[in-house]
Design a protein. Structure first.
Lengths: 781, 291, 189
């Protein structure tokens, strides 16, 4: 297989149409006779619905349909599907399409209106009369586990829906015998993914053929198709779900199923007209899944040299009012916490807790930021308490390059053993230290101090499990016109799959990348797959693409061998043609091979395994492959105002061989920006009654260009032995260690001990006020 | 997020607008730049029966000398004011403050009068108006009246405007011959409303001392907040680091802000003091230079 | 007071109707109005509800879906178009306000077969990922570079500050804009 494109900064195939406003996002889908929907949402965090009168809304001119729970067919009245069960998830409560007489979070859907325009649909919402009986809500995570707390679900007797422990070695003994034990309580508050494009669904029902086509801004169109078929009583082959251009996913668009994903098709089927629902921004803050809220009580046992003997954490995970996605996020947090360090004894226990808040499911990082925050804060704590250099403490504990595969002893989110397949953490670390000039830091910091400036340097390392199964697939087809078409099972939300996958195909078949068209996100084009999440699309779908393209290549050689009267092993593919090695005149175009592979007469040989120049392949990794990285940052803190300036930001990253460096850089830079948001700007704030106080972009603060640093990126590459391309995932890398690195830097600047994220001007100023002037994070270089 | 239904009219003259206000005032909202009003309409937090669009009135946007000072038509776009040579020459404090107002795209439509009439407690222009001694011309169909800043900003998102009145002009008195000025702000992100902002104007006595000092703060009260005690302390004095530190303490203990999700009252109080001192030093520097 | 003629009472008519000096026309508020404006160089005319935003008008009435809605409260900038050549939030304007004006949307900048130099710079420097915020940024940038072909880093950042992007972290966008302004894609260290 050639490598003309792999590793090259190929310009993206999708850019010309996106740049010219010719993308098709779900709100751009406008079939004739389209109706528009709006959702009436609960204004209370917990209430019984005493009276729900939609008659005035239904009678409003322009209104086609109003639905409440009672109006739904039986399948849609039940709680929506449980996605990822787990033995420890005892109370796997899921959400409803429409609230059945009671509501459990602000924003929960209560009624669904369909009208001639969105304007009218919202007018109709104003005419719906609801009498709520507010009930005590439980909002605070710690309050939710105290005896006597209001219950989110009455039939559970508790708000704890899952409790799970993983243990390696003998932590109790290790802690008991350790020379030094340090403890910390760490907290991360709620955050939201807030993609620029909100959610949206368009459903088109053909009553004659009984076929449903749904456009959905989702990361998992195939699985949505499967759930829609099951819940709407249709065969899967009569349902097609298309994720068109998606304006950012970042995790919450992998949720299955949001109520609207069912209500919109159901309404379209009932009305015989297409229906569209687009989430507006305020709705997004009370109905798109959120994440990030965890409270950890962590401790670390070390010897006098700072070598880790044991780590233990007990944490609370806020699940919101339901838990459709299961306990993936806390499992990831638990198992990614050890990071790149040797930890002979480890214990992690968490409780997943219901609160009367918006549902939680993974958001970029999906628990890894928490694991990293806890571990890296503990490492800085060890350094400070023992008077050791922060880098040296880490160095002493890094897994060595000759220790791979490294079995952590844990079970990862894919139910497989968490074994680091490859990596070189010391090389990664030293490179980052060099790039940030760690050796020169004490002098630089002292010079700044003399000018009255509080500068700090922070470090954070992480390991990221990527590329988990179950599988993805791809079908590659060469058409008689010589062009190549690849259809895969994942969707795209900006990661450049249309280009990266085309590069892989082009390399395999020796064609120009411009002659390869990749389709993603259409269950009609390819119907078996899972979705884009957990930094897995490039690894799992990418390898499926490679396998399928490789199979097409092999077949092309077989067919060409017949046409050229040569042996397959003597044939090469280049420039869109197959030719005999050493005799380039003896050649045939790929398009001609495609025609020859599909004859009108005669027969086709068994070895062709079917007609046409086409192959479908799947890649099902037995377990994940582990990327890693180190971030280093220099910040300046204004002690008086709490303003934070990021002066320099370094990322050293290992995701194995790089398919497209432009795309990878973009992923890292985008992740760092979201990490900066998690560290200093972004918090979903609830008041004590469970009201969401941050419902607009004026209150939920996404970093702008002024807040995001430029990033110096360096790569090391430790290929993965677990897949043919040797690659590892990179989608979440940028975001994972940012809060940890920034906390480390602020502590270095102020002598504080930061244990909570996000900070803000006000929180930082309050911390600075309490910190002694002139202190640092401690430890000489 | 679509507005509730309303009816709309677009007067072409000041007189038409005032007549419309006379007829519909209590049920109407004036549409100026729309950067503050339209989001409220979209969120259905405001549901006026009538919208009176001021954007077709040709003679409400102007910047011209008047009575040795300056008259700014209420519909003057913020971006136009930011680029206006008369304002830059005579009231650079306003230009400096305008750079903190939102982003260029907002300032393309946002108006001077609209921002002042909206009276957001964290907006920049009210503090500037207070410090510059601006006077506000309020007109209804029958007559005009003129109020000063203290009279105009009456409460949280509230001004002295009656339901049938419109702000038509902002009058700036002649700038002092010798002055130093500064505007500074802490916001969570560049372009956001201020957590706390400070506008300072020092009138020089010709010998490097302040004949008069005006300090106004945003983000620490319902409207722009002056601190008379601090202003008195500065009167007749030369600004020094020590005096600035004193002013910092006085301001911090004088203002009575409320907290919200972005900053506590304590933070705002503290930062008001910090910014007062910083702005004072900066303004004093300009005073020295004779800017 | 003598009533003005009936056809003079229509608000939003492009033809200027001079009211008698000193006498106000008695305007009646309306729920619908005709919109007549130039969009991407072509005259268009429709009758719409007065509360319909310019953004919705462009997207739904004219089928110009390149302008996107990210927040509908004027913060994200995805809806930015040019009104008489200046960047504005089309979600904060009503369609009826645009009568008599000139609106330019991203569709006017180039085609997939013929990208403008600015669009090409975005493609060359990976200045977009999901593409949702991109049209708004292109409109702001187009106006800036038209007026200041050699815009400075500071001017570029000031203009970009009015736009939210969730995918790129802004660095690819900055590289593209620097290139379009003739600056080196990476800033001097």
């Amino acid at each position: 297989m050639g490598t003309r494109y792999f590793g090259e900064p190929v310009r993206r195939r999708e850019d010309p149409r996106l740049l010219t406003g010719r993308g098709t996002y779900v709100d751009d889908v406008r079939p004739p006779l389209l109706l528009h929907a709006a959702v009436l949402r609960s204004p209370h965090a917990r209430a019984r619905i005493r009276r729900l009168d939609v008659s005035r809304a239904a009678a409003m001119p322009g209104v086609a349909l109003v639905l409440t729970h009672a109006d739904l067919p039986p399948a849609l009245r039940e709680p929506l599907p449980r996605l990822i069960p787990h033995p420890a998830l005892v109370h796997h409560k899921t959400q409803y399409a429409l609230a059945p007489g009671q509501v459990r979070h602000v924003g929960e859907p209560v009624a669904f209106v369909v009208a001639e325009s969105r304007y009218q649909a919202e007018d109709a919402l104003d005419l719906i009369e609801v009498v709520y009986e507010p009930l005590p809500a439980v909002v605070d995570l710690e309050a939710a586990v105290r005896p006597g707390a209001p219950l989110v679900h009455d039939d559970m007797g508790t708000n704890v829906c899952a409790e799970y422990t993983q243990r390696v070695g003998d932590p109790d003994a290790a802690f008991a015998a350790a020379p030094h034990v340090f403890r910390e309580r760490l907290r991360m508050d709620r955050g939201a993914a807030a993609p620029l494009e909100t959610r949206g669904v368009v459903a088109i029902w053909d009553a004659q053929t009984r076929e449903l086509v749904v456009y959905d801004s989702t990361q998992a169109p195939i699985r949505i198709r499967n759930y829609l078929a099951a819940l709407l009583g249709l065969p899967q082959n009569h349902v097609r779900v298309i994720a068109p251009d998606v304006g950012g996913g970042f995790g919450p668009k992998i949720m299955m199923c949001y109520p609207e994903e069912l209500l919109v098709p159901h309404a379209a089927m009932r009305l015989g007209r297409p229906v569209k629902w687009i989430e507006d921004r305020r709705e997004n803050f009370v109905s798109m899944n959120q994440e990030r809220e965890q409270i950890h009580d962590a401790e670390i046992a070390v010897d006098a040299d700072g070598r880790i003997l044991a780590v233990r954490t007990r944490f609370l995970y806020d699940s919101g009012a339901y838990i459709p996605y299961g306990i993936i996020v806390p499992i990831v947090a638990s198992t990614q916490l050890p990071g790149p360090y040797r930890i002979p004894n480890y214990e992690c226990t968490f409780k997943a807790v219901f609160t009367n808040k918006v549902i939680v499911s993974p958001y970029r990082g999906a628990g890894r930021p928490h694991g990293c925050f806890v571990m890296e804060r503990l490492m800085d704590l060890v350094a400070r308490e023992l008077g050791l250099d922060r880098a040296e403490v880490r160095r002493r504990n890094l897994i060595a390059p000759d220790q791979f595969p490294y079995d952590t002893g844990l079970i990862f989110q894919d139910n497989a053993p968490l074994v680091y397949d490859s990596g070189n953490y010391p090389a990664l670390f030293e490179r980052a230290l060099a790039l940030i000039d760690y050796a020169g830091w004490p002098a630089a910091q002292a010079a700044a101090r003399r000018q009255g400036r509080a500068l700090g340097l922070g470090l954070a390392l992480y390991v990221e499990g990527t590329g988990i199964g179950p599988y993805e697939g791809c079908r590659v087809t060469v058409e008689p016109n010589g062009k190549v078409y690849a259809a895969t099972s994942v969707g795209t939300q900006g990661q450049g799959h249309f280009t990266a996958f085309a590069q892989i195909v082009a390399d395999a078949l020796g064609v120009d990348v411009a002659d390869v068209t990749v389709t993603t996100g259409d269950s009609g084009a390819f119907g078996w797959g899972t979705g884009t999440f957990a930094s897995r699309a490039a690894v799992v779908a990418g390898n499926a693409v490679a396998l399928a393209a490789g199979a097409v290549r092999d077949k092309a050689l077989l067919v060409a061998a017949r046409l050229l009267e040569a042996r397959p092993e003597d044939i090469e593919l280049a420039g869109g043609r197959a030719f005999v090695r050493g005799a380039p005149a003896r050649s045939v175009a790929l398009g001609e091979i495609a025609v020859a592979a599909n004859p009108l007469r005669g027969t086709i040989p068994a070895e062709w395994e079917g007609p046409g120049l086409e192959a479908s392949r799947y890649f099902a990794p037995p377990r994940g492959t582990f990327a890693a990285g180190c971030h280093a940052v220099v910040v300046e803190v204004d002690r008086d105002t709490g303003a934070l300036r990021i002066l320099r930001y370094v990322v050293v990253h290992d995701c194995g061989p790089i398919i497209n460096p432009l795309i990878l850089t973009g992923q890292i830079e985008g992740g760092v920006a979201q990490g900066v948001g998690n560290a200093f700007y972004e918090q979903v704030v609830y008041d004590p009654d469970g009201q969401v106080l941050t419902q607009t972009f004026m209150d939920y603060l996404l970093p702008t260009v002024s807040e995001v640093p430029s990033v110096k990126i360096a790569h090391i590459e430790t290929p993965s032995p677990l897949n043919p391309l040797g690659i590892k995932g990179a989608g979440e890398a940028g975001v994972i260690p940012v809060p940890a690195a920034i906390a480390s830097a602020i502590d270095d600047a102020l002598g504080t001990r930061i244990t909570q994220m996000p900070l803000s001007h006000q929180r930082l100023q309050a911390l600075a006020r309490r910190a002694p002037v002139g202190a640092t994070a401690g430890g000489a270089a | 997020m679509k507005p509730a239904p309303f009816r709309y009219l677009a007067p072409r003259t000041r007189a038409e607008a005032l007549d419309a206000l006379r007829r519909y005032g209590p049920d109407a909202k004036l549409l100026a730049g729309g950067q503050s009003l339209v989001p409220l309409l979209a969120m259905r937090l405001a549901r006026p029966a009538v919208i009176i669009d001021l954007n077709r009135i040709g003679d409400l946007a102007y910047v011209r000398p008047a009575r040795a000072g300056l008259a700014i038509g209420a519909m003057t776009r913020q971006r136009a004011a930011e680029d206006d040579p008369l304002i830059a020459a005579r009231y650079p404090l306003m230009v400096a403050a305008l750079r903190w107002v939102g982003h260029p795209q907002i300032r393309t439509r946002g108006t001077i009068g609209g921002s002042l009439a909206h009276a957001d407690p964290a907006a920049e222009l009210p503090a500037v108006a207070a410090v510059l001694g601006a006077r506000f011309v309020l007109a209804n169909a029958r007559r005009e009246r003129v109020v000063d800043a203290a009279g105009f900003f009456t409460g949280y998102l509230t001004t002295a405007l009656e339901p049938d009145e419109m702000l038509t002009e902002i009058r700036l008195p002649p700038p002092p011959t010798r002055s130093g000025w500064a505007f500074t702000e802490v916001a969570r992100r560049h372009g956001d409303f201020a957590l706390v902002g400070a506008a300072v104007l020092l009138v020089g006595d010709g010998e490097g001392r302040c004949a008069e000092a005006r300090l106004a703060f945003t983000g620490v009260g319902a409207g722009p907040v002056r601190v008379p005690e601090a202003e008195r302390m500065l009167s007749g004095e030369r600004v020094t680091e020590a005096l600035a530190a004193e002013i910092r303490r006085v301001v911090a203990r004088s203002v009575e802000p409320e907290g919200d999700i972005h900053a506590t009252a304590d933070y705002r109080r503290h930062v008001a003091g910090v910014l007062a001192a910083r702005a004072l030093i900066e303004a004093a520097g300009r005073l020295e230079v004779g800017a | 007071m003598k009533r003005a003629p009936k056809n003079a009472r229509r608000p939003g008519a492009t033809r200027a109707t001079a009211a008698p000096r000193g006498r106000a026309r008695r305007l009646e508020p309306v729920g619908e109005a005709e919109v007549r404006l130039v969009v991407n160089g072509a005259e268009v005319s429709r009758t719409v509800e007065v509360r319909r935003t310019l953004a919705d008008f462009l997207r739904e009435n004219l089928g110009l879906t390149g302008t996107h809605l990210g927040c509908e409260h004027g913060v994200c900038g995805a809806c930015t178009v040019l009104l008489d050549g200046q960047p504005v939030r089309s979600c904060l304007l009503f369609a009826v306000q645009a009568t008599g004006h000139d609106v330019t949307t991203v569709e006017a900048l180039g085609t997939p077969e013929a990208l403008s130099p600015l669009q090409q710079a975005f493609m060359d420097h990976h200045g977009l990922q999901c593409g949702f915020c991109t049209p708004g940024i292109l409109m702001s940038a187009h106006a800036l570079l038209r007026d200041r072909p050699r815009a400075t880093e500071e001017e570029i950042r000031e203009m970009l500050g009015g736009h939210l992007c969730r995918c790129t972290g802004y660095q690819g966008i900055l590289r593209a804009l620097r290139a379009a302004a003739g600056l080196p894609p990476e800033p001097a260290p």
